[in-house]
Design a protein around this ligand. Structure first.
Ligand SMILES: [Zn+2]
Length: 326
């Protein structure tokens, strides 16, 4: 069972209340960032919608709740990408067929669509037809990431909910109950992960704050000595993208410093280094550096079979020739 983390509770209550009042929308679209543990929200909501006697929460003891707990409710359907493939039109058609029939348990019918952005265009259009003709006691719950694109027509048929990030105090409170460390360390972990608590916890558990600090020290030496070959051995095969992200965070905070933006810093623990670096660069230079490293990142992600070291070397050399000119 997935947990309903404290920062998910308000969204859960708002949505479940609409159902308690008989105002539940037939198509809910919920957008949640990674690292918020939103699975727990979806599990709680699907159980709530299927429960025969829900109150503030699914009752847990009606027949529907038992069936849901056993993952065997005949009127609850999950539509998801299979083996990494997009969600195809055939999958949607068979769901449409099922929901056009009577509920087997005489209660609600619910279709939960995971990663709705993975619906092919044909699949989305097939789904659209069903969403346009709501049936009694038939509900759709669509999950998607905030940045993903989804057919505008699907959007227009749904009631859209955004799962907000927890406040810093909420996140800190939870994080301190999970991991023992100085508050400053917890805050650094949160900042590194843009306020997403579960990712911050991973950062702490894996000792990534220290690793990032050590790696960025190498980046600093590379900058001082203009020596790409010296930093190359510090890139780890399994962590290259993350290390590039650390450089990007460093650069983007340098830009923030230059523009006097105080919020959203990811490298507050390294502020002295960031500001010193930024003072030695122009804003334009920093933007160029950022662009160069973004290109390295996207090349690393999209071009297969090319030597990673060569791509890194190319980007780092450009930093020297185009940005760190003497
Ligand atoms: Zn129940």
């Amino acid at each position: 069972m997935s947990k309903l983390y404290p920062w998910l509770v308000p969204t859960y209550h708002k949505i479940s209340q609409t159902f308690s009042e008989g105002l539940g929308h037939h198509a809910l679209l919920i957008k949640a960032d990674q690292g918020l543990g939103a699975e727990g929200l979806f599990e709680a909501l699907t159980k709530h919608i299927m429960c025969q006697t829900p109150d503030n929460a699914p009752c847990g003891h009606c027949h529907a709740c038992h069936l849901m707990a056993a993952y065997s409710h005949p009127d609850f359907h999950v539509l998801a990408s299979q083996e990494g493939k997009d969600i195809g039109v055939d999958q949607v058609r068979s769901i449409n067929e099922v929901v056009s029939q009577h509920a087997q348990q005489n209660g609600n019918k619910l279709v939960y669509i995971q990663d709705a952005e993975r619906l092919t265009e044909a699949a989305a259009n097939a789904l659209l037809k069903t969403l346009e003709e709501p049936r009694p006691n038939t509900y759709f719950l669509l999950q998607t990431e905030p940045s993903s694109s989804l057919l505008a027509t699907i959007y227009s048929r749904c009631q859209v909910w955004n799962v907000p990030l927890p406040t810093e105090a909420e996140a800190l409170n939870w994080l301190s109950s999970q991991f023992q460390a100085e508050t400053s360390e917890l805050l650094t972990a949160l900042a590194m992960n843009l306020g997403r608590p579960l990712l911050a916890l991973e950062t702490l558990q894996q000792g990534l704050i220290e690793q990032r600090k050590n790696f960025l020290r190498q980046f600093w030496l590379f900058y001082r000595r203009r020596s790409p070959l010296e930093i190359l051995p510090f890139f780890e095969k399994e962590r290259t993208i993350q290390q590039v992200d650390w450089i990007l965070a460093f650069l983007s905070d340098a830009i923030k410093y230059k523009l006097e933006i105080q919020s959203g810093w990811q490298t507050l623990d390294l502020k002295t280094g960031v500001t010193q670096f930024a003072d030695e660069q122009t804003a334009l230079g920093l933007l160029t550096a950022n662009k160069i490293m973004q290109k390295v990142r996207s090349d690393l992600l999209t071009i297969n079979g090319v030597n990673t070291e060569l791509m890194l070397l190319d980007g780092l050399t450009k930093l020297i020739t185009d940005v760190f000119k003497d």
